[in-house]
Design a protein around this ligand. Sequence first.
Ligand code: DON
Length: 568
Amino acid sequence: MKTFTQHLLFLLVFLLSLDASAQTYARNGMVVSSNKMASKVGVEILKKGGNAIDASVATAFALAVTHPTAGNIGGGGFIVFMDSSGMTTTIDFREKAPLKATADMFLDDGNLPKGINLYGRESTVNHIGLKSVGVPGTVAGLYMAHQKYGKLPWPILVQPAIELAENGFELPWSLSRTAKFFSENSNIQFLKDYFRKDNGELTEFREIWKQPELASTLTEIRDHGHDGFYKGKVAEEIAQFMKENGGIITKEDLEKYRAIERAPIKGTYEDYEIFSMPPPSSGGVVLVELMNLMELADLDSIEFNSTEYVHLLAEVMRRAYADRAEHLGDPDFNLDTPIDRLISKEFAKKRFDNIDMNIASVSDSTRFGQMYDGSSTTHFSVIDKDGNAVSLTYTLEHGYGSGMGSSKLGFIFNNEMGDFNPIPDLTSNTGLIGTDPNLIEPEKRMLSSMTPTIVAKDGKPYLIIGTPGGRTIINTVFQTILNVLAYDMRVDKAIDAMKIHHQWLPDRILYERHLLSPDTRKALEAMNHKLVARNSLGELMGIQIDLINNVLIGASDSNSSEGAAIGY
Ligand code: DON
């Protein structure tokens, strides 16, 4: 008979063996996304002989069904792709402003009025209603990626999402809570009804949730590719819905939308190469500037998570985000953006030299400001058996975007117009930016912070990483990469380690509540830093490749309730 102590000891050993920061190992291929069903769809495509692009297309469509807070066909995003030969490229499928948009379209007497958003809370009007919707880019981006780099026939990649929408799936706890919240609180009928069954009742936890209208829209996309969304029945209905409900997107906007292939932003950190997203995302430029700044620090002498460490991070972030606010916007409208200078080692040296390690600098609130975004966005990472890698982040801007959609089409429109600078020339330290590069213009893409990234070693993918989190995205990706490259953490540890966020203005450090000690916080405050607690920063999905042993290590952030790394 075992004694009580022996039982306790056994239990303790068992509990310790359960690693909370779930990492997964595989040899042949892997998909890490914020939803298990979607990761599984992607891996099945890999097993059928699809490459990383094929698996990404299938995963993205599946997420549009199973992870509707951010997975989408009504939003936009970015792909960073590295193939097995080391060729690296990106696809920009960011939403763009409709032809009828103007720089002051959200203003009333020069002010930005407030209204009530889909959560029943007060918000500025550039995030509310159909005027907040940018021309969606997701279907165009996935189609272009497939046309240029995919292998399997397109219909095979859309079909799993159609089946998930048609046959339904068990509503997970997180979605069932959202369903209840919207049915009780939202002022938007489409959202109130979104999670209802045919009989009008709300779908409960673990009941089957079906989306027949979304299945029909996806069927059009399966059968007609790009045109299945931007022309024909679906486009007609989008334009009609906009017209009837005060939106400004027309059939012409949809017909003119194109995804764009762009060269990646490239940087280095010691022996590693970093490939990330160029404008209209600010992600790549700011990430490379941050890594350049950190390369100048003597990290061997700085303890991870110490006062000195947090101070240094906050100071480099402050500087890089100031540059972001000043310079970045859609590159097709800002031909003179000094990108090469911003990502150069010389520029980092200048920026680094005026950091005082004893005291916080002051963000200059008379010049620029920054907003803090809400949730949500989603990222996934994919690698196939040949070593082709995809890092994909896409979004509706806020969780469930504008919350609006046509009941005939069954998908939600983004509210990405809120990412433009809303008031020309007004920059305030409460959080508005008014600089020119990101003012609204017809057909311009709004500036993003999404940072899908691939780090390479010797020309091969070594780390595939990204996250949601609005403006915090760049900093959480940056710290995760730094944790792996400089502090030698395995990807799952790097994801779950403490993160902070400073974005120049408002001038304060966000930190993960339970991960920064009270003593460190006091010491930082004594250096004039302001600190604000957050429960968590980011929901990273990453794959690290052990290039020596040829093993894939996948990790989905423990902040994610439904995320999963699945490999084979
Ligand atoms: O493109 C951007 O930077 C934002 N629209 C992303 C929003 C976001 O990540 C919210 N998620 N947590």
